[in-house]
Unconditional design. Structure first.
Lengths: 229, 137
């Protein structure tokens, strides 16, 4: 594909009750990670339906493909309720037919049938992404540098997620959300906050033991700046 | 692990966040409970179906004690069960278990590493322990 398009949002149903829900989820991940990483992002459906404005705005402003596990079409209906018509709606059962019966809910039990099912659905999603790109429905051309690979719209690092560690800029996914959460919990931006900050951030971001002290200083400074806003 | 004298069924509901490993861990922990540890005593519902306002799913969370598993601080599962009038027996946060294994690589939102599966086991055990206790709805 010569031209770079705005990203396409792919929304999978959560589908915990059925194997098709797991196939939908895994297929979406396959598209994001392997098949069309430069052109796609995903959105968390429960977060979207629960009223997360960032997710809803993304779906309003970008083409979206919904992937549902069953005919209840939670992903399609939810997206259309809050963000307008989707560009394509796929249902795992329609794509797989009888093959879906051999699939499992847990990836721990996944076998050849699951693997084939995920590929089939993933390839179908990818072809919908290509169709959107070729029809230029995917929106205006954008700067290629903005397309930095597979990511989640809710977890994409924002500018506010930047830390300055020993003079070097470091991006930490979800840092503003972590600060917001800790502030709500009553963590004061004084000298005692360092341990809690470090402990929470390292869940989302690997921190080498040798850099711990530098991260600690950087996080305290950033949290103090956040709280003084 | 299961206690045959306990007949009250619990619902275990993960956030299933699709963007990060935490969501996959929450989902797999739920399946470990419903399929392996407490089959017939624990079940799950589709969170998106609940959030969409499905009447039958809403009724289910209102009638059975619910244990939620959330991957991120937005706590989608916990909040949405509460908003639907469900009774939370316990809200569990995946990262509270992950932090016992700090520094480990847990895998991705698509596949779990050995450490990721360890967290799944520990979370599931915690859920099973809560599920074994008597609950009022």
């Amino acid at each position: 594909m010569g031209q770079v398009f705005s990203k396409v949002g792919i929304i999978s149903c959560s589908g915990e009750e059925i194997a098709e829900g797991t196939v939908a989820r895994q297929a979406v991940r396959r598209v994001l990670e392997a098949l069309r990483p430069q052109q796609t992002v995903t959105l968390c459906l429960p977060l979207f339906l629960a009223g997360e404005e960032g997710e809803r705005r993304f779906a309003r402003e970008h083409p979206t493909i919904t992937v549902d596990g069953c005919s209840k079409l939670c992903a399609k209906r939810g997206t259309e309720q809050y963000s307008g018509q989707v560009s394509a709606s796929l249902v795992v059962g329609d794509i797989l037919g009888d093959r879906a019966k051999g699939c499992h809910r847990s990836i721990r039990n996944a076998d050849k049938a699951d693997e084939e099912a995920v590929w089939l659905v993933a390839e179908r999603i990818a072809s919908e992404v290509d169709a959107l790109a070729s029809s230029e429905v995917a929106g205006e051309a954008t700067d290629a540098s903005a397309n930095d690979g597979a990511c989640c719209a809710c977890g994409k690092p924002s500018q506010e997620g930047k830390l300055e560690v020993k003079g070097k800029p470091v991006i930490i996914a979800g840092l503003p959300m972590i600060f917001q959460h800790l502030q709500k919990k009553g963590l004061l931006p004084d000298g005692s906050c360092a341990d809690a900050l470090l402990e929470t951030v390292r869940i989302y971001h690997a921190i080498d033991a040798r850099e711990e002290a530098d991260y600690r200083d950087a996080l305290v400074a950033a949290y103090q700046a956040y709280c003084s806003r | 692990m299961g206690n045959n004298s306990r007949t009250q069924e619990v619902l275990v509901i993960p956030c299933s966040g699709v963007g990060k490993v935490h969501g996959l861990i929450s989902r797999e922990a739920v399946y470990h409970v419903t399929d392996d540890l407490l089959p017939g005593q624990a079940d799950t519902v589709c969170l998106a179906l609940l959030v969409s306002g499905d009447a039958q799913t809403k009724q289910e969370v209102q009638q059975k004690p619910c244990i939620t598993l959330d991957g991120c601080p937005k706590l989608c599962a916990l909040k949405n069960v509460e908003l639907s009038g469900g009774k939370i027996a316990k809200g569990i946060r995946v990262y509270d278990v992950m932090k016992r294994h700090r520094g480990e690589n847990f895998g991705t939102a698509t596949a779990l590493s050995e450490a990721g599966w360890t967290v799944v086991e520990e979370l599931a055990a915690e859920v099973a322990q809560v599920a074994e206790q008597p609950h009022s709805v």
